[in-house]
Design a protein around this ligand. Structure first.
Ligand code: GLP
Length: 240
């Protein structure tokens, strides 16, 4: 495992961006996956800047989102799709060759899940999977107790996740389920980059790195990944 502790959020974001753009230069046709949530916003900004400055070419690369709240549309502020659309795709002056953003409000979540699997099967395995981490150690919406062999699936949200989601939606929406890439798809990624910042993530980062691997703390599975980078700020690293 590569653990890179950065001075602050901006340096963490830039470091992740540099690793992604380096990989893109070597693997311009790969499949790249970024999460939603607050954590990757700085990385989105740095990446957009690099693409728009012509430092890296994404025209042959493919893009897939990691997860979504069931019931949420890409136009719903706070949804993962909205994060991806507004902070990444809309800001890019050039686009990826093929892009798949999960539609949490699709008529058939089951069919949407199969679309996600098909896209990853067609263009994958993931070249880079960028992840955030939930306070309970979830990756995407792979919540406590998740089957590590699963591919894309629909899963009831953990209580911790339901509490945290008010930061995205206030009281406007209260989803009960998530749709997510599965742990097997994340673990098949050639490179995994997990980002975490702030003291609130310190406890779970310590568990993810030090606790024996268990599906009760899904992020511990990354201890078994052959090429994983934890790129975290000093505060998130404060209990290591
Ligand atoms: C959210 C998202 C995840 C995200 C994680 C951390 O619920 N579904 O994809 O990585 O939880 O979010 P944040 O970066 O806002 O702390």
């Amino acid at each position: 495992m590569n653990i890179i502790v950065c001075e602050n959020y901006d340096k963490m974001s830039q470091k992740a961006c540099d690793l992604i753009t380096k990989t893109l230069k070597n693997n311009p046709k790969g499949l790249y996956s970024f999460p939603g949530g607050d954590t990757p916003l700085g990385m989105f900004r740095a990446f957009t800047k690099a693409v728009n400055a012509g430092e890296v070419d994404i025209s042959q690369a493919n893009y897939v989102s990691l997860d979504e709240w069931i019931g949420m549309r890409i136009t719903d502020e706070g949804s993962c799709g909205h994060f991806n659309q507004v902070n990444l795709l809309d800001s890019l002056e050039k686009q990826f060759k093929n892009t798949h953003i999960i539609d949490g409000a699709a008529d058939s979540p089951e069919a949407e899940k199969e679309k996600l699997n098909s896209f990853i099967n067609q263009y994958g395995p993931l070249e880079v999977s960028v992840l955030g981490i939930g306070l309970n150690g979830h990756l995407g919406f792979n919540e406590e107790g998740v089957d590590f062999s699963s591919d894309a699936h629909i899963i009831p949200l953990a209580e911790t996740t339901k509490k945290v989601m008010t930061k995205y939606f206030g009281n406007k929406f209260s989803p009960e389920y998530g749709i997510t890439q599965g742990i097997s798809q994340i673990m098949n990624a050639k490179t995994v980059i997990l980002l975490a910042n702030g003291v609130k993530k310190a406890e779970i980062i310590k568990k993810a790195l030090k606790h024996p691997v268990t599906n009760e703390i899904p992020a511990t599975v990354l201890q078994n990944h052959p090429n994983v980078y934890f790129i975290i700020d000093k505060e998130a690293a404060s209990l290591l």
